[in-house]
Design a protein around this ligand. Structure first.
Ligand code: ATP
Length: 209
């Protein structure tokens, strides 16, 4: 960690976006990129990009831009691209099934290795190459998982969260509408898709571009 700790959170959130684009440039054999090109591609203004990149210790030269390989090495190190984070998914309903079929590995360093559900018809099957186990066996079958995706009905969210925390999970991506409580050592990212959609519609109506 060390250096990366100093990166502001807003900058850190844009890192995967930069990483994906820079990796594509690298694969195309490009050696350098200007902040203008980056800005057009990732839709972040170039002043922000220059500031973000200064945190990465990458100083673009006027008329030259940034060295693609250096940036890529930095992003790989920072995002631990060489190390895969194992993820569990709880709740193999419509949304959960979609996630299992979606290959997160394509441009990411996370992998769903196991799924859990209470429905006996799902238990023992494989979806998107991921085995589905019974929720009663959560503690036993979680292995090295440190991150969990929650796609269960909201009334189940807190109970399952408590078990996950007890089992040592350090990050939860909560797709249920429920607000879950965790100890301060556990990070929760909450994505409520219907609220996000509603909010987009609201902004379009009241703050048209
Ligand atoms: P989605 O909200 O993902 O579209 P859905 O409408 O298909 O889901 P839900 O009722 O939200 O179905 O349930 C999602 C999944 O969670 C189902 O497969 C259900 O069997 C599972 N589930 C329900 N309770 C539990 C539980 N306590 N532990 C694990 N899985 C559960």
């Amino acid at each position: 960690m060390g250096d990366e700790m100093k990166i502001p959170q807003a900058t850190a959130k844009r890192l995967p976006l930069y990483y994906r684009f820079i990796n594509n440039l690298y694969l195309q054999g490009k050696l350098r990129v200007s902040s203008k090109e980056l800005s057009d591609a990732v839709k972040v203004d170039s002043a922000t990009i220059r500031r973000d990149f200064s945190y990465f210790g990458a100083l673009g030269k006027k008329g030259y831009g940034y060295n693609v390989e250096h940036l890529l090495q930095f992003f790989r190190r920072t995002l631990d691209q060489d190390e895969t984070t194992e993820v569990a998914l709880i709740g193999v309903g419509n949304l959960g099934t979609a996630f299992l079929n979606y290959n997160f590995m394509k441009n990411n360093n996370t992998k769903i290795v196991v799924a859990f559900d209470a429905n006996d018809r799902l238990v023992g099957t494989e979806i998107g190459g991921v085995p589905v186990a019974h929720i009663d066996d959560l503690e036993e079958k979680m292995g090295n998982v440190s991150v969990a995706i929650l796609t269960v009905p909201s009334q189940e969210a807190q109970g399952i969260t408590d078990r996950l925390v007890e089992r040592g999970v350090s990050g939860i991506l909560n797709f249920t509408p429920a607000r879950i409580s965790v100890p301060p050592t556990v990070r929760v990212h909450h994505i409520d898709l219907s609220v996000e959609l509603q909010s987009l519609a609201y902004f379009l109506k009241h703050y048209p571009l």
